[in-house]
Design a protein around this ligand. Structure first.
Ligand code: HEC
Ligand code: HEC
Length: 235
């Protein structure tokens, strides 16, 4: 889907309908409205993903809990906390794992951890690690402390940090240092994602700090994964 566009020397794969939005971004309110419509309209390809089997995933993901099952466990170099996965969209987790496996995300340990699995294995582990969904409505009333730089983010990640489609990750309650790391990686190219590269390119280090602190403080929020399978049905 989409066509190749040169943007700041980078090839962006911008979906049809997105291009004019990109350049008319000066009209901020229109831009936001259009973005939210677009987001709803861009039916995520991951919906076609095979549903994950959490019980099978629990067996496969045993070693993952050595990092993702320990609260505040840290990545050593550079130092930031390992992301919380519980309450995340399982479809997004599978996409993220595919990105580590394929190299669009450059993290060496996660590349190794994601590499030997099939798509079904990744979907099963994602279903297990995600657990039950965060039970909140997307796009709740804006909080008073919404940072100015979040104006564009809310169209996809909500004011409450709940991704409005299964492809847009929940940010609520995520470790702030991990969010900073992820945004910096989109900005500098350690993560190659056409959508997020475009948005992150416009953020200063100070914006990134404020956005990470804001989304990290939203509740209900993501949590550290647990060892047992929850039987609560998803979707
Ligand atoms: C040695 C610790 C460690 C182990 C073991 C580990 N991970 Fe990770 N995982 C990380 C770190 C650190 C990151 C963040 C990497 C980055 O900066 O992109 C991460 C990121 C992820 C993400 C992306 C989350 C997001 O919000 O985008 C997923 C999904 C994930 N891991 C799943 C797994 C699975 C499944 C396994 C087991 C097969 C596993 N991890 C094993 C440390 C680990
Ligand atoms: C058009 C929709 C859209 C907009 C607008 C958007 N994002 Fe994203 N965001 C995404 C998608 C899709 C991903 C997953 C990318 C990937 O696969 O790595 C993502 C990923 C992220 C992640 C990584 C989460 C994780 O668990 O690793 C962070 C952090 C993030 N976005 C923050 C922001 C911020 C801050 C803004 C505003 C400056 C923003 N996003 C604007 C769609 C969007």
């Amino acid at each position: 889907m989409g066509s190749e566009w040169q943007f700041g020397g980078q090839d962006l794969n911008i979906p049809p309908g997105f291009k004019h939005l990109w350049f008319s971004g000066v009209v901020v309110s229109k831009f936001l409205l259009a973005l939210s419509l677009l987001a709803a309209w861009m039916v995520p390809s991951s919906v076609a993903q095979a549903a994950g089997d959490a019980e099978r995933g629990a067996k496969l993901a045993y070693t993952c809990l050595g990092c993702h099952g320990i609260p505040n466990y840290k990545n050593a170099q550079p130092m930031y906390r390992v992301p919380k996965l519980r309450g995340q969209h399982p479809e997004y987790l599978t996409m993220a794992l595919q990105a580590y496996r394929g190299g669009e995300r450059s993290h060496a340990t996660m590349h190794a951890n994601a590499s030997s699995w099939s798509d079904q294995d990744l979907a099963d582990m994602s279903a297990f690690l995600a657990g039950p969904p965060l039970g909140v409505a997307a796009n709740a009333a804006p909080a008073a402390d919404l940072p100015p730089a979040a104006q564009t983010c809310v169209a996809c990640h909500g004011t409450d940090g709940i991704g409005i489609t299964p492809e847009y990750p929940n940010l609520a309650g995520q470790h702030a240092d991990y969010l900073e790391r992820a945004l910096t990686d989109y900005k500098k190219g350690g993560r190659r994602n056409a959508i997020m590269a475009g948005f992150a390119a416009q953020l200063s280090a100070e914006d990134i700090k404020q956005l990470a602190a804001y989304y990290s403080s939203r509740r209900p929020g993501l949590e550290t994964s647990k060892k047992s399978v929850t039987t609560t049905a998803r979707r």
